[in-house]
Design a protein around this ligand. Structure first.
Ligand code: ADP
Ligand code: ADP
Ligand code: MG
Length: 548
């Protein structure tokens, strides 16, 4: 078998032409005779928010397009167009039936935030305000814009928006529509933690009370915070995807992390992912060796000033970096990487030959000019290509890079290029790993693969890593200590010294006014609902991350 099932293999040892009748009856769409197959659909519920979680290439976007009425499903039939009656008949007795009925009757109006927000400025022209007014069918666009902090950008041309601003603009536009279903495909891309929470709250607050809402999201803390129930999409990327039965939010996310879906009796990953409380000393003690050290730094870049408190990276630790966009995180990483000179202060390496491996925030084709994926990985470390090696099995294969080895690296998609850059940076033999936003464009599974690889490399090689990351669950998973950046974005940033995870998270979350607790079963961080008992208690105690 392929190893994903627990008992008898319903996929008949992965010969997907032979899927059992039971599953074949759930086939809703196939793009072509030998193309990707989608089984079932995540079932939306009126007045509730459905969170969809799962690997890329398992049909999440396809499912959203079907639910939105943009794509009429073909049931895998190509010689004629199946009627809506046939489609509905196939899903009789399932939760999706009533929804498909309404869709067939033309009674569903959809508002859909697409995944790739970068495409929008090429298609529309105008200012934020003009475009929001045009989208507004409910008379709420001004209020939503204010809530998301877009009012300051009202007269800004959309072509001049940053990725995060575009994301918020589109969320506001979609919420301003008068629709029956609201679909959000990856709403947290490009946003920092504060903005992610804001977008989640905006969706909750402004979507009409009796609407269907569906959100595809890879940040599990966000998905957990936002959803009323979840569906897991699983399968073989690019080959087939299956929508699970609906699960309660906590149970669904936990099942996903454990890699096992009990209602389906299917294993979706060979090992579970466990979060555990890690407390490193806040100061250099406990026999830790200082690795890289910096004095008080001052870095100026036209109009922006970064001040950093003195600090150090210790041998064998991962330090996470947290802070809003435009606060100087990348600037700081580039100073450590030796790409920028501080105006004041110094970076001290105890050994001059200390090697740094750096993954910049923006990965561009120019980084890989003329090379194939295989060449890039080989240059980073030949072991990354040796089947049987840890790097090959746990990093290259899990990120799906083994299928791209012959491709030219500069022709890859944004997500593929990101995975290659992260894998190459981690494969390199170095003393210090600097990773600026490694999760961007990656799905949950890939984020957790990268997180595991970072921990493993730092622990087994006894090196150190600094990781800029907006996904709190990933931060929690990898970081021994964290560095918090505060200040005024675009004007001045203040980099605090690295602190223990709990202390640093506490400082960071206090600024944001949100509290987290730990899930007792998996140890993963969960956002407390605003004004809930725990939220109020933790704020009173000053323990924003969790009560130890
Ligand atoms: P996800 O959103 O989970 O990443 P998608 O629904 O975008 O997955 O894609 C699932 C699979 O279907 C992918 O292998 C993708 O290449 C394929 N696919 C998507 N759209 C089309 C299309 N219009 N024609 C053919 N194949 C497609
Ligand atoms: P972060 O990584 O926290 O989002 P950055 O370090 O990228 O923040 O940017 C901090 C500030 O420095 C921003 O205001 C940005 O506009 C400015 N900045 C970034 N890169 C440059 C540059 N090449 N030249 C001048 N200013 C820059
Ligand atoms: Mg940055």
């Amino acid at each position: 078998g392929c190893g994903i099932c627990v008992k008898k293999c319903p996929f008949n040892a992965l010969s997907i032409v032979n899927l059992p009748d039971e599953l074949e009856k759930m086939l809703i769409h196939r793009y072509g005779p030998n193309a990707f197959k989608l089984y079932g659909l995540p079932a939306p519920r009126q007045g509730a928010i459905l969170g969809v979680i799962g690997k890329n290439g398992t049909g999440k976007t396809t499912a959203l397009r079907i639910l939105a009425g943009e794509l009429k499903p073909n049931l895998g039939i190509f010689d004629r167009e199946p009627s809506w009656d046939e489609i509905i008949k196939r899903f009789r007795g399932t939760e999706i039936q009533a929804y498909l009925q309404r869709l067939a009757e033309g009674k569903i109006r959809a508002a859909h935030k697409i995944q790739y927000v970068d495409l929008v400025p090429r298609r529309v022209k105008g200012t934020v305000g003009k475009l929001l007014e045009r989208a507004d069918q409910r008379g709420v666009s001004k209020e939503i814009a204010k809530f998301l902090g877009l009012d300051r950008l009202w007269d800004r041309d959309v072509r001049r928006l940053s990725g995060g601003e575009l994301q918020k603009f589109l969320v506001a536009a979609v919420l301003s529509r008068d629709a029956d279903i609201y679909l959000f495909d990856e709403p947290s891309s490009y946003l920092d933690v504060r903005e992610r929470i804001k977008v989640a709250r905006a969706i909750r607050r402004f979507a009409p009370k009796n609407a269907y809402v569906v959100v595809v999201e890879h940040d599990i803390a966000m998905l957990d915070y936002l959803s009323d129930y979840v569906v897991v999409m699983y399968g073989e990327p690019g080959v087939y995807g299956i929508a699970s039965k609906p699960y309660g939010v906590r149970v669904g996310v936990n099942n996903f992390l454990k890699g096992y879906l009990p209602a389906e009796n299917v294993r979706i990953r060979s090992e579970p992912i466990r979060f555990h409380v890690r407390e490193a000393p806040a100061t250099v003690t406990a026999g830790r060796e200082k690795y890289l050290e910096w004095g008080e730094l001052l870095v100026k870049r036209d109009g922006f000033v970064l001040r950093a408190e003195p600090g150090e990276l210790q041998k064998g630790e991962v330090v996470g970096v947290l802070g809003p966009n435009g606060i100087g995180k990348t600037t700081f990483v580039r100073v450590l990487a030796g790409e920028l000179e501080p105006q004041e202060g110094y970076v001290y390496k105890p050994r001059e030959e200390l090697k740094v491996s750096y993954k910049p925030q923006y990965v561009s084709p120019a980084m890989f000019e003329g090379k194939t994926v295989e060449q890039v990985l080989r240059e980073a470390n030949p072991a990354a290509l040796a089947p049987g090696s840890w790097l090959y099995t746990e990093l290259v294969r899990r990120l799906g890079l083994h299928r791209l080895l012959d491709r030219r690296a500069d022709s890859l998609s944004g997500g593929e290029m990101q995975k290659l850059a992260v894998a190459a940076a981690l494969a390199r033999e170095a003393d210090i790993y600097l990773l600026d936003e490694p999760s961007a464009y990656l799905d949950v599974e890939e984020r957790l693969t990268v997180a595991r690889a970072i921990r493993r490399i730092v622990e087994t090689r006894g090196v150190a890593a600094l990781v800029v990351e907006h996904d709190v669950a990933v931060q929690d998973y990898i970081s021994d200590r964290v560095m918090v950046f505060t200040g005024t974005p675009g004007k001045e940033g203040h980099a605090h010294r690295p602190m223990g995870l709990r202390e640093g998270m506490n400082m960071f979350l206090k600024e944001l006014g949100i509290t987290f607790r730990r899930d007792p079963e998996t140890g993963r961080p969960r956002v407390n609902k605003e004004d809930s008992y725990l939220d109020r208690l933790q704020k009173r105690l000053g323990e924003y991350y969790y009560i130890p």
